[in-house]
Design a protein around this ligand. Structure first.
Ligand SMILES: CC(=O)N[C@H]1[C@@H](OP(=O)(O)OP(=O)(O)OC[C@H]2O[C@@H](n3ccc(=O)[nH]c3=O)[C@H](O)[C@@H]2O)O[C@H](CO)[C@@H](O)[C@@H]1O
Ligand SMILES: C=C(OP(=O)(O)O)C(=O)O
Length: 432
């Protein structure tokens, strides 16, 4: 087991490059199940634990997958199994997105119920509602959900009660091989949805409207292999922009796409951070004290829930009091207790947190409770006096490639070390 040690005080300066987006590449890899002919190569793949998990999941279905450096090669011509192993699904809730592709291609799927995780209960009712509208039926028993299709899936008009990213992806992937036209209304508009639509189209699908709240899909008979490069990770990029701002530094985040980061850029500017949107990245510079700002997470194009905890770390460094409202996940304030261990003054009231900025933080032993919480604690460590030790790095490793190396290259005093046997806490096992 390892921990990250951060010694605060350095102003971060320089250039950092973002990797491909975790939340885009996982559905892309799942969608590869649909390609019954030829080979797929996806580039700019981040070497994250989640990517390794979904890769193993595809392999367990009999698909040939070769993951090396920043590229994954997938040949799904052979697909022997339609049962996803519990050991893999429990590590990563996002693995439920294999349901749509398996039903479309093999007319059967048996997947362990994904269940909740640290940040919330993560229901799948909208996924099921959409897939049922296309003609699938489901049985839920013994912790598994089993889906069947008799004949072929049939296109339908589906209205989502909430613009769920996962449900939109699952339905899109099933609909590309359905007979006729599918319309998804109140669809999620996230850049990861647009990336999935572009990928499916490169494989031969007919998807239009992705990025708006109405996606229209004409079913085709089969998908085939192709090459594709995944979009850059907007959340990783946002995390480094916040690192620049919180440390009073000046950082160019190479590869960041400003169109994907509008709500964060707007908030940073409101707080007094200079943000310059370039062609190949975004620069953030903070030379004056920053001002607190209220933030509310919302589906895209609102402020992303995946940046909520990092933004809260920034509010701790700002002058004034701010209110953070989390509307997407019901339990995504777990980092607050850890931040309080560093001296932060935050009060939670239901789905809002009231954050008193400008209170000096001091280094402490803290644990990451989810991947973004881990990043937020590292960010808080950048402005704390003394040493901050962040543990439970399995969460951070799900979402960030070499966060220590990247921050160190910007001048942060940060290292990753082994935890000695005698330091190990007695703790429960925790999952994604
Ligand atoms: C809208 C949103 O910000 N979604 C985020 C969510 O996607 P992810 O796909 O995991 O989650 P959803 O977008 O599906 O869930 C968003 C909300 O919808 C609810 N829900 C979802 C599905 C369903 O069948 N029924 C239902 O009620 C959830 O409880 C939650 O409150 O986590 C990903 C990883 O952090 C992020 O990249 C996505 O941006
Ligand atoms: C919560 C996240 O991911 P996941 O949905 O895979 O848990 C995230 O990327 O912040």
């Amino acid at each position: 087991m390892e921990k990250i040690i951060v010694r605060g005080g350095a102003k971060l300066k320089g250039r950092v490059k973002v990797h491909g987006a975790k939340n885009a590449v996982l559905p892309l890899i799942a969608a590869s199940i649909l390609a019954s002919r030829g080979e797929i190569q996806i580039y700019d793949v981040p070497m994250l634990e989640d990517v390794k998990t979904i890769t193993k999941l595809l392999q367990s279905l009999g698909i040939s997958v070769d993951l090396s450096e920043d590229r994954v090669k997938i040949n799904a011509e052979k697909l022997h199994s339609t049962t996803a192993p519990y050991e893999l699904v429990r590590k990563m809730r996002a693995s439920f997105v294999v349901m749509g592709p398996l039903l479309a291609r093999k007319k059967h799927a048996r997947i362990p119920l994904p269940g909740g995780c640290n940040i919330g209960s993560r229901p799948i009712d909208q996924h099921l509602k959409g897939l049922e509208a296309l003609g699938a039926t489901f049985d839920i028993q013994e912790g598994h959900i089993e889906g069947y299709v008799h004949g072929r899936l049939k296109g339908a008009r589906i209205y989502l009660d909430f613009p769920s990213v996962g449900a939109t992806q699952n339905i899109m992937m099933a609909a590309v091989l359905a007979e006729g036209r599918t319309v998804i209304e109140n669809a999620a508009c996230e850049p990861e949805i647009v990336d999935l639509a572009n990928f499916l189209n490169v494989l031969g699908a007919k998807v239009v409207g992705a990025g708006t709240d109405e996606i229209r899909i004409e079913g085709v008979d089969f998908l085939r292999g192709a090459d594709y490069t995944v979009i850059p990770d907007r959340i990783e990029a946002g995390t480094y922009l916040v690192a620049a701002a919180i440390s009073g530094g000046d950082v160019f985040v190479e590869g960041a796409i400003s169109d994907h980061l509008n709500p964060l850029i707007a908030k940073l500017r409101e707080m007094g951070v200079h943000v310059v949107e370039g062609e190949n990245g975004i620069r953030a510079r903070a030379d004056e004290p920053i001002k607190a700002a209220d933030v509310k997470t919302l589906p895209y194009p609102g402020f992303p829930t995946d940046m909520q905890s990092q933004m809260m770390a920034l509010q701790l460094a700002a002058e004034g009091t701010s209110v953070m409202t989390e509307t997407v996940f019901e339990n995504r304030f777990m980092h607050v207790e850890e931040m309080k261990r560093m001296g932060a003054q935050i009060k939670i009231d239901g789905r809002t947190a009231i954050i008193k900025g400008g209170v000096p933080l001091s280094g402490a032993q803290v644990k990451s409770t989810d991947l973004r919480a881990g990043a937020a604690l590292i960010l808080a460590g950048l402005i704390a006096s003394g040493e901050t030790e962040v543990t439970e790095l399995q969460h951070v490793d799900r979402g960030y490639v070499d966060i220590v190396g990247k921050l160190r290259s910007l001048g942060a005093d940060i290292e990753r070390v082994k935890i000695e046997e005698e330091e190990l806490p007695i703790q429960e096992h925790s999952y994604a």
